[in-house]
Design a protein around this ligand. Structure first.
Ligand SMILES: *Cc1c(COP(=O)(O)O)cnc(C)c1O
Length: 537
């Protein structure tokens, strides 16, 4: 081959490669439905629509309507059992598929519409009926509508002045939630997640016991503060000890029983131990619905101990709080919650409210303002024409606060309290169904414990492990391999993790209203299809 020919051949190869790449991109895009802008709008730039051009109402509407079409296509796909949950790519490959560059020059509206389609193409469909991976899943349509409205209203929740309707909604919803806990009075706030809600509880507890702390700081505390929580608690509880100056050594871990429930006798023993050392036990976190096993700490016993030693009782019901709706499942799990001083409860988990929606409640009226107020004069003037108690901004350690209430309020209106109760009972029934199906296939699946909630913990046994002595180490290794296969196949997602008693195991979560019995059956059979030939050593 002459040099000329070789160069020509290389350039031909390059052309083909570019063609294939382009083809892949086009295929990727065309798979995403057809919403298209007319060329007269598609070629416009940001400064040819509202608010830059007052007369561009129709063009603005067309652009937004096509974006909404893209969203509606996505909602449809999320609910289509024939669609995959994800199209998994390794980070470097995904980077190549996407044009994420921020340029000096503006891009036209048609490119932005394509960007929206591509962003959703590689997004995991967390509302898909075969997604069992997370505590927050499902795509509640009414709550979604609420979130869209929230984005359009684009307001800050710190003053009544700029969010009058939403502030009143917060008052109504939070009071209703406190009623359900069993309190006739109190204080509440929506926080950015359960972890921050737990932090708010910690701060309020310290303020309640040591009101001087706010001004005088550490010197007002008569000794080493100690907090207590079970070995199954959410890690954010430990983080309070680190963030608030106790040190994680003084977040004392209390043993749990074999089903993951705090042992009250152990709690009392450790409280005494620290008292004898001259430390100051002041805060106990009880978990209602632990993150991994879904266990409920015994609240009545813990409340007795808190009373006896004058400690603040916080209940982290971020996960299990939703069961307060259910007459059938509330007791005995949450019996005694009314004796707590504070409660964290995330509607974005069991209740299916869109992310993010987390609440924290206190038994004491006015405690948040007393604890957190800094009296910023530019926002919280006391000579306003309305009662300044409607301004919520000074109750929190943030300044601005996102509107997380409207989507919950609208969802609650839509479902009614009875609808939430039905939702809870249904999720629990489906979990019971799953436990039954697992027990019916003992050669393929092994249930780890009888769940108290919708967390179902189990191992999968590939052919190699059937009719063999039970080997937890090997079954643990199966988890990572099978999860890898699920991601590659894109057909189901279930989480796995180890805990301090055992190596890796699967933790299935049913908290999506999309799931039915046939999806549970699909899940188990798909795990078996993907996993039966796995070999571990
Ligand atoms: C999820 C969870 C949290 C944390 O909530 P985020 O909203 O993710 O911050 C806290 N506690 C428990 C028990 C949880 O399950």
């Amino acid at each position: 081959m002459s040099k000329m020919n070789l160069d020509g051949f290389f350039s031909y190869c390059k052309q083909i490669a570019e063609h294939i790449q382009l083809g892949e991109r086009m295929a990727a895009l065309s798979g995403q439905g057809t919403p298209k802008l007319t060329s007269s709008v598609g070629n416009l730039y940001y400064d040819s629509i509202l608010p830059y051009r007052e007369d561009a109402g129709p063009q603005t509407r067309e652009f937004l309507a096509r974006v909404v079409d893209v969203l509606l296509d996505f909602v449809q796909q999320v609910n289509d059992r024939n669609e995959k949950i994800l199209d998994f790519k390794m980070p470097a490959d995904l980077q190549k598929q996407l044009d994420l560059e921020l340029r000096d020059e503006p891009l036209p509206l048609k490119t932005l519409l394509e960007d929206c389609k591509v962003a959703l193409k590689y997004q995991v469909k967390t509302g898909h009926p075969h997604f069992f991976n997370q505590l927050s899943c499902g795509l509640d349509i009414i709550s979604l509508a609420g979130e869209w409205l929230t984005a359009a209203a684009n307001t800050n929740m710190f003053t009544y002045e700029i969010a009058p309707v939403f502030i009143l909604m917060e008052n109504v919803v939070l009071k209703k939630m406190r009623d359900m806990i069993g309190w006739t009075t109190g204080d509440s706030i929506l926080a950015p997640g359960g972890s921050i809600s737990n932090l708010y509880a910690f701060l309020a507890a310290r303020h309640h016991k040591f009101p001087q702390y706010k001004e005088k700081g550490l010197s007002s505390i008569p000794g080493q503060l100690v907090m207590f929580t079970s070995d199954q608690c959410h890690y954010s509880v430990k983080s309070c000890a680190s963030v608030c100056g106790l040190g994680t050594d003084y977040c004392v871990v209390v043993k749990s029983d074999e089903r993951g429930r705090m042992l009250p006798a152990e709690l009392e023993r450790l409280v005494r131990l620290h008292k004898d050392k001259g430390n100051v036990p002041f805060f106990v976190n009880a978990t209602s619905g632990t993150t991994v096993l879904g266990a409920f700490d015994p609240l009545v016993e813990i409340a007795d101990i808190c009373e006896k030693y004058n400690m603040w009782m916080h209940v982290d019901a971020a996960w299990g709080g939703g069961l307060l709706f259910s007459k059938k499942y509330r007791h005995p799990r949450l019996t005694g919650i009314e004796r707590a001083d504070s409660v964290t409860w995330n509607p974005h988990k069991l209740m299916g409210t869109l992310l993010q929606c987390s609440t924290v409640h206190f038994k004491y009226e006015g405690i948040l303002l007393s604890c957190n107020a800094m009296d910023a004069e530019y926002l919280f003037m006391t000579d306003k024409i309305y009662d300044p108690r409607y301004d919520t901004g000074d109750k929190v350690i943030q300044c601005g606060r996102h509107n997380d209430i409207f989507k919950l309020w609208l969802q609650w209106r839509g479902k009614g309290t009875s609808g939430f109760e039905r939702h809870m009972d249904r999720l629990m029934e489906l979990s019971e169904y799953m436990v039954r199906r697992i027990k019916e296939q003992p050669d393929k699946f092994r249930l780890i414990l009888e769940p108290e909630m919708v967390n179902v913990s189990f191992w999968y046994l590939p052919k190699q492990q059937r009719n063999q002595p039970h080997d937890e180490q090997k079954l643990g290794k199966v988890c990572a391999k099978l999860k890898g296969k699920m991601m590659q196949a894109g057909t189901i997602m279930v989480g796995y993790q180890p805990d301090d008693r055992r190596p890796n195991f699967f933790r299935n979560i049913i908290s999506s209203a999309a799931v039915t019995e046939k999806d549970v059956d699909f899940l188990l059979s798909e795990m078996d299809r993907l996993g039966q030939d796995i070999i571990v050593d």
